[in-house]
Design a protein around this ligand. Structure first.
Ligand SMILES: Nc1ncnc2c1ncn2[C@@H]1O[C@H](COP(=O)(O)OP(=O)(O)OP(=O)(O)O)[C@@H](O)[C@H]1O
Ligand SMILES: [Mg+2]
Length: 387
């Protein structure tokens, strides 16, 4: 009987070829990961569909070139690609996350693993697996932001409660002091020195009463009297006072959207809020500049129930002044937070804005960058029947 001695070899080769083919199919079927091989110097030897999808290069464009082409110029300059191969070689694996560059120049956040490939104990190259995790990074960032703003809201709520209790007590005490001083003032009309003292005491007490009213507003304990009001009219009527509070080197400009709906708002509180903002902007414009007051109608999503949009009136007070450093931005609405000298600011202006906006069913927001100016926006709800 003749047997074909080459038959087992043929089967073996066919099986091997089949395995290689299947392996290639598998690698190319993976499109969420760039999986490729490097030689010992870091030159790309193979490429898969995932590599093309994530980094934008076809196989012909990258095979034969050095893998450092995917790194940012800063990382290349710092020797990161070479170092990652060294770590993989010396420690048996390199794993990290970092920014990489696609063919079109855009950047993506990558999770990278590099494993050394050994044959009989000798290094013959590296296997590199890269995953695009930009979306995960973005989700983490949004989650962190949401947590931070929740913490901030809770902190403001706690300070508000504390402030409210204090302000109520002080208000009552000051009412007694002011009443008593009024009575004394009536009796000491014939003594000019005493009269002057009593007047000074009255002025100080009234200033104290004003401060406690601002604190009450921050703690949302001020009784608001909302009435139908036209925001543009309120700002128009205030314009003269605003101009007078600004020096000559500060320009005041108005950008008021015509035909805005009427809103239900406490007029004196809105006036106080806008004035507080204009005064803040003026103080930030020591070298002169422009303050712009803008009104507009906007659909704004409610952070507490993101599915619902609200029609709001937005009042922006912007300046091109010194701006607020990032690290201070979340503190400026807190009562008594001030960067001004003693006697120049009590740190209650923005607290009044914050409390008034919140108590009116709206909110206050801040955008600022150091050296590029500040915008504080007050959002106030439009009553349903006035739209
Ligand atoms: N437009 C602005 N540009 C730069 N910094 C600002 C601006 N508005 C507010 N700030 C910063 O926020 C701080 C707090 O402002 P806020 O109005 O609450 O208090 P104040 O102006 O210091 O004192 P008060 O308003 O009670 O007189 C200010 O001290 C300042 O550092
Ligand atoms: Mg102020």
């Amino acid at each position: 009987m003749i047997t074909d001695a080459s038959q087992p070899d043929k089967d073996y080769t066919a099986a091997l070829e089949d395995e290689v083919r299947q392996f290639r199919l598998l690698l190319n079927g993976v499109t969420d990961y760039a999986i490729y091989m490097l030689d010992t110097a870091g030159t790309i030897k193979t490429w898969n569909q995932g590599g093309q999808r994530i980094k934008g290069y076809s196989q012909g464009e990258v095979v034969g070139s050095h893998f450092s082409r995917f790194y940012t110029p800063e990382d290349v300059a710092a020797g990161a690609p070479q170092r990652s191969l060294e770590v993989a070689r010396n420690e048996g694996r390199f794993a990290s996350e970092g920014w990489r560059v696609r063919k079109d120049g855009s950047r993506f956040y990558a999770s990278v693993v590099i494993d050394p490939i050994l044959s009989d104990g000798e290094l013959i190259g590296y296997a590199k697996v890269t995953r695009d995790i930009t979306e995960r990074l973005e989700t983490q960032r949004l989650l962190q932001e949401a947590q931070m703003s929740l913490l901030h809201a809770q902190k403001m709520e706690a300070i508000g409660k504390l402030t409210l209790g204090l302000a109520h007590d002080f208000n009552n005490l000051l009412a007694v002091v002011i009443n008593a001083l009024d009575l004394i003032a009536m009796r000491v009309t014939d003594d000019p020195r005493l009269t002057r003292n009593v007047e000074a005491a009255l002025r100080a007490s009234e200033r104290g009463a004003l401060l406690t009213r601002q604190l009450l507003t921050f703690g949302r304990g001020q009784n608001l009297t909302p009435q139908s009001n036209d925001v543009n009219q309120i700002i128009g009527d205030l314009s003269e006072l605003m101009r007078r509070s600004c020096p000559e080197n500060v320009d005041l400009t108005f950008n008021l959207e015509a035909g805005l709906p009427i809103i239900e708002v406490d007029k004196p509180q809105l006036e106080a809020a806008v004035l507080n903002l204009v005064v803040n902007s003026r103080d930030a414009l020591q070298a002169g500049g422009t303050i712009t007051i803008t009104t507009s109608a906007q659909r704004v999503s409610d952070p507490s129930s993101p599915d619902t949009d609200h029609d709001m009136i937005r009042v922006d007070v912007s300046d091109d002044g010194e701006g607020i450093p990032d690290e201070l931005q979340e503190r400026v609405f807190e009562p008594f937070f001030t960067t001004k000298d003693i006697g120049k600011g009590s740190g209650l202006g923005l607290s009044q804005v914050f409390g008034f906006a919140a108590q009116s069913g709206g909110r206050a927001a801040l955008t600022s960058a150091r050296g590029q100016g500040t915008t504080v926006s007050i959002f106030l709800p439009i009553a349903r029947n006035s739209v």
